[in-house]
Design a binder for this molecule. Structure first.
Ligand SMILES: NC(=O)c1ccc[n+]([C@@H]2O[C@H](COP(=O)([O-])OP(=O)(O)OC[C@H]3O[C@@H](n4cnc5c(N)ncnc54)[C@H](O)[C@@H]3O)[C@@H](O)[C@H]2O)c1
Length: 369
């Protein structure tokens, strides 16, 4: 194993020069497999341990990824004490994000945690405080901001193409895509349904595009009509656990920002829409508008109304997006470079999600503090 190095890097330039970042994975399920593939392309990383409560997931870490059996644990506290990694990558269900991140930070480890950052803003604040206290880097696993179309539209925004961005409409809709693995239908373990699980992706990306204005109020509605019943259609998206399904099927939300802008979001695992899914945001500003997924800018130039579309845009491979987000965090840990998605970004997104859910429960607009 690589020599362990100090993780207290705030204000210092790379104590890690030439050494690998020793990363332990906590939660070795579905998304961990994508992380493991991505790390293969990040030579500065050595995966030194895996933690999961399920033996078959640990067996896979040994068989598929060659993690030694003695470096596989069922309890992250035991792993932190025995392995003393430089950093942890937390890929557990949402309800198990805060505790391992806080424990890892308190053990002097940097941390990246999969999206959403946690169950609620209070947990995010605990995680941020632990990272600050221990002078370690904390990042949230948002990858949409690293896509070529996001970066292009942010560049256009910085050049003033849109003027003031007034209104953004986000959609993360699946026609029939209720997760049939993991615990995605269980509110007590996930914090919510499609809004916190897939809405979060387009929300964080759109909010980043808007320049992260301060959210001040939210209103929302949630409905459950399909996920809590057995599927009635043969040959369609089977086997979700309808008996434990306690989250929404469809959530609609609106966020008001301090600068007067509005963001609307629609998110569903089971929406009656014409196509398999819709994953997009569109924006309207004082000087121009845009569409994200099919990347276009609508503006006025040279006495014309102009629609700008890229003649060529490299495809954003799923794995490449993960490499970009993990690399950003790894470089932050190793070289003190800025994080793309900090804990504070995760908290901002969580406040908006939380506002939508709180409003849906209250039946009226709620304040975001
Ligand atoms: N960024 C993305 O695009 C993306 C995609 C999928 C999932 N995710 C996020 O990743 C997280 C995990 O999702 P998944 O699809 O991999 O779920 P999963 O159920 O496949 O994997 C989660 C793993 O965590 C393990 N686990 C649960 N409690 C644990 C504990 N106390 N200690 C150690 N391990 C524990 C489970 O046994 C399981 O193997 C979720 O937060 C989800 O939102 C992100």
């Amino acid at each position: 194993m690589a020599e362990s190095v100090s993780t207290k890097i705030e204000g210092k330039k790379s104590e890690y020069k030439g050494k690998k970042l020793r990363v332990a994975i906590i939660g070795c399920g579905g998304i961990c497999q994508t992380h493991m593939k991505a790390y293969k392309e990040i030579p500065e990383v050595e995966i030194v341990a895996g933690v999961d409560i399920k033996q078959d997931r640990l067996d896979l870490m040994h068989e598929q990824w060659g993690i030694p059996k003695k470096a596989l644990f069922k309890d992250w506290k035991k792993m932190l004490a025995a392995i003393k990694p430089d950093a942890v990558d937390v890929c557990t269900p949402n309800g198990v994000h805060c505790a391992p991140v806080v424990d890892a930070c308190n053990a002097g480890c940097h941390a990246i945690v999969e999206k959403p950052m946690a169950m609620n803003p209070a947990e995010c604040e605990k995680m941020i405080a632990a990272a600050k206290k221990n002078h370690v880097k904390l990042s949230v696993g948002f990858q949409q901001r690293y896509r070529n179309n996001t970066q292009a539209l942010i560049q256009a925004r910085d050049e003033g193409r849109f003027g003031d961005i007034l209104f953004v409409k986000c959609q993360a809709l699946r026609r029939r895509g209720i997760p049939n693995w993991g615990v995605f239908g269980r509110k007590e373990l996930q914090g919510g349904g499609p809004m916190i699980d897939i809405g979060v992706h387009i929300l964080e990306c759109a909010w980043e595009f808007m320049g992260s204005p301060k959210p001040i109020a939210a209103s929302g509605n949630c409905w459950t009509y399909l996920g809590n019943k057995p599927s009635k259609i043969r040959n369609a998206w089977p086997n979700w656990d309808y008996k434990t399904y306690t989250v929404e099927d469809l959530a609609i939300g609106q966020i008001r920002f301090e600068n007067g802008a509005i963001l609307q979001i629609e998110s569903s695992f089971a929406a009656h829409i014409p196509q398999t899914d819709i994953f997009n945001f569109t924006a309207m500003g004082t000087k121009g508008g845009c569409s994200w997924e099919d990347t276009a800018i609508y503006t006025d130039e040279h006495d014309m109304m102009v629609n700008m579309k890229p003649a060529y845009m490299p495809a954003d491979d799923w794995l490449v997006m993960f490499q970009r987000k993990l690399s950003n965090w790894v470089q932050g840990c190793l070289n003190n470079t800025p994080l793309g998605a900090s804990g504070e970004a995760g908290l901002g997104v969580q406040k908006m999600l939380d506002g939508i859910y709180r409003s849906a429960e209250a039946g009226k607009e709620v304040t975001i503090k």
